[in-house]
Write a protein of this length. Structure first.
Length: 278
């Protein structure tokens, strides 16, 4: 088993600082920014990291799988393997309780950005990702995550600084803040409404749905983690625009998910799988 770890903060802060400097000292390219926001905040973060890798809510078209997984690394939120293990194994089973890595009950700063400095989160518990832990491409992305980000920065900088900044680096930085904003605001229990009586403080804030690619319909998501479309009647999830482009015609059923060991209910029964750390 690959023994590499993900220290999110190691590559996170340089990207955030460079993105901020780019915003301050360069003129905005609104077309690049729009395309980058769609690509990294929408497709890479909301769809691939969260709905596809972490919750397996759809099956990707075969020829798109590897390019889109690679793309998700460029959101600079950790490797897809690490993201899924942290989200499945720590956030959902412990949402707003002890063990939730980014609950606002530990303070807004902690839930927004402080949590990434927790060294305990660098290890990947493969017990919660039985469907991913033997996938050679996922393991390769995990091992080479930092190199992928650095190489992308160098190559795109050599090609075109403006493109590197406004299509990739700035939207990638924003993709983190999209997720952090949702994990913080939508778990305070003070804003929006609750359609479902979940065992956490998750709420729906539909007015933010366009900005967060549907992620702010968070109570709906916590009620049923297997659904791709987070919206109910009179709500809208912008991430659904990607479905015709990336989804295989036949959805994975919940039974199929269970058969490959994907957690579909919380708290999960982890006694059926062996544990190891990457």
């Amino acid at each position: 088993m690959n023994k590499s770890k993900i220290n999110l903060w190691f590559i996170f802060w340089p990207v955030q600082i460079l993105a901020l400097l780019g915003i301050i000292f360069t003129s905005p390219n609104w077309l690049y920014l729009l395309l980058g926001w769609i690509t990294f905040c929408g497709l890479g973060s909301s769809v691939i990291l969260h709905r596809v890798v972490s919750h397996n809510s759809i099956k990707l078209k075969t020829w798109l799988r590897k390019p889109l997984l690679f793309l998700s690394c460029l959101c600079v939120q950790g490797s897809p393997l690490w993201w899924a293990a942290t989200h499945r194994g720590k956030h959902h089973p412990n949402a707003d309780k002890d063990g939730d890595p980014h609950s606002p009950k530990d303070g807004f700063f902690h839930s927004y950005i402080g949590w990434i400095h927790n060294k305990k989160l660098s290890k990947i518990n493969t017990k919660v990702i039985p469907d991913l832990r033997k996938d050679k491409y996922h393991l390769w992305l995990n091992s080479n995550y930092t190199y992928i980000v650095i190489a992308t920065f160098i190559i795109l900088s050599l090609i075109n600084i403006e493109f590197m900044l406004w299509f990739w680096l700035i939207p990638a930085a924003l993709s983190y803040h999209q997720e952090a904003f949702v994990n913080s605001i939508c778990h305070l229990g003070k804003f929006g409404y609750r359609t479902y009586n979940t065992k956490d403080n998750s709420t729906n804030i539909p007015i933010l749905s366009w900005m967060t690619w549907g992620q702010s319909l968070h109570n709906n998501h916590h009620n049923d983690i297997t659904r791709y479309n987070f919206a109910n009647k009179n709500e809208y999830d912008p991430s659904t625009i990607f479905l015709p482009l990336i989804e295989l015609p036949e959805l994975i059923s919940i039974d199929t998910k269970a058969s490959v060991g994907l957690i579909t209910k919380y708290p999960p029964d982890l006694s059926l799988t062996s544990e190891s750390n990457i």
